[in-house]
Design a protein around this ligand. Structure first.
Ligand SMILES: [Zn+2]
Length: 342
């Protein structure tokens, strides 16, 4: 059983999860594509190798935990937190939560594809709809304060399974970084009557220097202060809701832009490992405590952040939280803009 410890020295939390120690590391090089492992638990036909599914998009004639699905969601076997753990918060100098939470794996495709760059638009649409359904379901649990939605692709990004998959971790607390992000968004909105990301995208579109492409309501750009070389953010000026409330129309527009962005990154970087994060605002008013949740869609924009993992971080980054990025975002954006094909 894991425990979520509050680090009073650094004002952050740490999840101590002994079960994670035993997870198999099946990672290969980021570019070792289509290398089908006969024992891949995520491939269609091997459904019995995973815990029973929580959710799937599947052909209506097929049964749960059998072949015939497009996306499949299962509990993470090597979970950082678990839904069965007691929901308990212990106060004191050494403060901790019992390891309550949700840790789910979304198997993105029944085929053994190892990169999102190989997906077709329909796969990306199904994937977004699956994330929408799972976040929608998890947020009904009043104990969840925050849901992290992320994807690690390639060994340099921390992936230990080559079969394309995404993870979702629901937590009983709001991580500091998220709390601070949304506090700033809310303050900006209160002061200027416009969302912070909306202001940034407006400015990016006026300047054009760091914009890669615009497709429907969505804009892909390299953020002004990119922490990672070739970092890309996809968001919109319009309030389109959050991952659990995006419309089908928004999903259908976002999917091709996201894939085109990943493909041009792959073309430019060749060896392309990345972390992808979908922003999610805090879920519970008490945890956020800024009155923000009453205007969350106006104050916060849905966004996808793609962080290529080219350079490793050292003591400076770890010690200060300040990143050194050797590539000008303007140069990265120019290269990506010239090659993108949405
Ligand atoms: Zn597989």
């Amino acid at each position: 059983m894991s425990s979520i410890r509050y680090d009073r020295i650094h004002d952050t939390h740490v999840i101590i999860a002994p079960e994670r120690l035993y997870r198999p590391d099946c990672s290969f090089g980021a570019d070792e594509l289509q290398n089908v492992e006969p024992t891949c638990a995520f491939c269609e036909g091997n459904e019995s190798m995973t815990p029973p599914e929580i959710f799937a998009t599947r052909n209506p004639q097929t049964l749960a935990n059998t072949a015939g699905w497009q996306t499949r969601v299962v509990p993470n076997l090597y979970k950082a937190v678990q839904i069965e753990a007691p929901y308990a918060h212990h106060y004191g100098l050494f403060e901790y939560h019992e390891g309550f939470g949700a840790h789910e794996v979304i198997i993105d495709t029944p085929e053994h594809l190892t990169s999102m760059t190989q997906w077709n638009a329909q796969t990306a649409v199904q994937w977004l709809k699956t994330l929408r359904a799972r976040v929608h379901d998890l947020r009904r649990d009043q104990r969840m304060a925050y849901i992290s939605v992320f994807k690690n692709e390639g060994i340099l990004a921390g992936a230990t399974q080559t079969h394309s998959h995404t993870q979702m971790i629901g937590l009983p607390f709001v991580p500091n970084v998220a709390r601070e992000n949304y506090r700033r968004s809310y303050e900006h909105y209160k002061q200027h009557g416009i969302s912070l990301l909306q202001s940034c995208v407006q400015h990016e579109e006026e300047q054009q220097e760091r914009v890669i492409a615009k497709h429907g309501d969505f804009t892909a750009f390299c953020p002004f202060a990119s922490a990672y070389a070739f970092e890309v953010m996809i968001t919109s000026q319009k309030a389109l809701g959050q991952i659990d409330t995006l419309s089908d129309e928004s999903i259908n527009t976002l999917a091709p832009l996201l894939l085109a962005t990943l493909r041009v990154l792959k073309a430019q970087l060749v060896c392309f490992a990345f972390n992808l994060v979908i922003t999610t605002p805090p879920l519970q008013e008490g945890s956020a405590d800024y009155g923000m949740l009453s205007c969350v869609d106006e104050a916060c924009r849905f966004a996808v952040r793609i962080m290529p993992r080219i350079y490793k971080h050292g003591g400076f980054e770890v010690g200060t939280g300040v990143y050194i990025n050797p590539v000008l975002p303007e140069v990265a954006a120019k290269l990506l803009r010239e090659g993108i094909d949405v």
